[in-house]
Design a protein around this ligand. Structure first.
Ligand code: IPM
Ligand code: SF4
Length: 465
């Protein structure tokens, strides 16, 4: 009998078991963005196919959208083609499309949960690795390739090998200034970027239960950076409270029925996982990365690992990574001058992240040397920022808000960090050139980003709280 929550949701969606092969899995939601959908639509056209369940597919541009002047035509020709192509494809195939300037537009992984489209117990896919984010809603959500996007368009199903199951418990209480982002960065440093390869992770333990939905979305977002197929959290009152009343959430009787079902979505007391790990919240301080993958991280007061502590096989790439970042083995990063600060991305572009940033910059001033990009994950987040008066806080401190999109998370739009500049970023990847050719990225929480933005150097946010 299925006993882990993952098994329960997965098994309920299996249409067909193929002996010694992949399983045919029914998909409740397909999200499409402009980068990974064009070939899928082209394939559908070439085969003369229609989408099997068009009402279960939602499209929106986010990667190529500029974060300024969205009411004007996009200047960059490549981005314009991508964004226009998605609009045309969605229209041709009869799919819902939240285009640029549509109040429902934003980063797909921010919009899905906030509109009540991503719900507990669902299977959710998108041609995007950070689809794992939606796992925070208690869904089995994972990224797929473009040929698989086409498969889902055509059949609303996908062929998948069932991943192994892992439970990660984080127990205790988070200290001052420690956020879900720090928990994720800590887990990655412990597991490495391949530590969860082949697994689907259930996050559990008192720390996870006490996280807000925004925090849970951040945590699940980063699952993929540990190599996991996805990560999710059993739905509970926090989840239900968050979903209630949202635009596409069930209403009235359907709501009661849905909640009654969602309450059954938990792993059994005696559930057995292929792997189970437990961590102690007391070990986690605000974190930063020092290298060129998200697993290369330290507590903000710690030093970059000395060369002797790095396994011999990894020393060459370790030194290459530090060389790129301009850091020395064994040195502390506190006090390092910062050029750019980016608040946003599907990792940390939600209202709580803007509240956290505001809590530090309120009554202070942006450091002159810092260029700061504050990019809401969606128009809904942008509106909430205004409704709460946070825009005024930012303005008084010398910060301006931009328009929603993936922005500086990856260099696919106008928001590129110049070569050599050091950026403290709330996004999820610090690969070489990720934020622009030659850009150097330190991943951190919104609190750490805010502390850097007002001091101009890498700063422990606890000293400003
Ligand atoms: C463009 C897309 C395929 C990619 C992903 O899959 O994650 C992007 O969103 C990213 O964050 O690198
Ligand atoms: S915000 Fe970044 S990580 Fe998220 S979907 Fe966009 S590019 Fe990918």
């Amino acid at each position: 009998m299925a006993n882990t929550l993952f098994d329960k949701i997965w098994d309920k969606h299996v249409v067909q078991y193929v002996e010694d092969g992949p399983q045919q899995l029914y998909i409740d939601r397909l999200y499409c963005h402009e980068v990974t959908s064009p070939q899928a639509f082209a394939g559908m056209r070439a085969r003369g196919l229609k989408c099997f369940r068009p009402d279960h597919i939602y499209c929106m541009p986010d990667h190529n959208t500029p974060t300024h002047d969205q009411d004007k035509p996009i200047e960059d020709p490549v981005s314009k083609t991508q964004v226009d192509t998605l609009a045309k494809n969605a229209a041709d195939f009869g799919l819902t499309h939240f285009g640029m300037m549509n109040p429902k537009n934003g980063i797909i992984h921010v919009v899905g949960p906030e509109r009540g489209l991503s719900l507990p117990g669902m299977t959710i896919v998108c041609g995007d690795s950070h689809t794992s984010t939606h796992g925070a809603m208690g869904a089995v959500a994972f990224g797929i390739g473009t040929s698989e996007v086409e498969m889902v368009m055509a059949s609303q199903c996908i062929l998948q090998q069932k991943p192994k199951s892992m439970r990660i418990n984080v127990e205790g209480e988070l200290g001052k200034g420690v956020t879900a982002k720090d928990v994720a960065l800590y887990l990655m440093s412990q597991l490495t970027t391949s530590g969860a390869t082949g697994y689907f992770v259930e996050y559990a333990g008192s720390v996870v239960r006490n996280l807000s939905m925004e925090g849970r979305l951040t945590l699940c977002n980063l699952s993929i950076e540990m190599g996991a197929r996805g990560g999710f959290i059993a739905p509970d009152e926090v989840t239900f409270e968050y979903i209630k009343g949202r635009e596409y959430a069930p209403k009235g009787e359907a709501w009661d029925k849905a909640v009654a079902y969602w309450k059954t979505l938990k792993s059994g007391e005696d559930a057995v996982f292929d792997k189970e790990l437990t961590f102690n919240a007391a070990e986690i301080e605000p974190r930063i990365t020092y290298g060129t993958n998200p697993g290369m991280g330290i507590g903000i007061t710690e030093s970059v690992p000395a060369i002797g502590t790095v396994p011999e096989a990894g020393r060459v790439s370790y030194l290459k990574s530090l060389d790129y970042m301009g850091f020395q083995p064994g040195e502390k990063l506190l006090g390092k001058p910062v050029d750019y600060v980016f608040l946003g991305a599907c990792t940390n572009g939600r209202i709580e992240d803007f509240r956290a940033f505001a809590s530090i910059v309120k009554g202070r001033k942006k450091a002159d040397r810092v260029v700061a990009w504050l990019v809401p994950g969606s128009w809904m987040v942008a509106d909430q920022i205004k409704a709460e008066g946070l825009d005024k806080v930012f303005e008084e401190a010398g910060f301006a808000l931009r328009q929603p999109g993936c922005s500086a998370c990856l260099a696919m739009n106008d928001d590129k960090i110049p070569a050599g500049k050091l950026s403290v970023s709330t996004s999820n990847r610090n690969f070489e050139g990720r934020q622009g050719p030659g850009a150097r990225t330190v991943l951190a929480s919104p609190l750490v980003a805010a502390a850097a933005a007002v001091t101009g150097v890498i700063t422990d946010p606890r000293t400003l709280m």
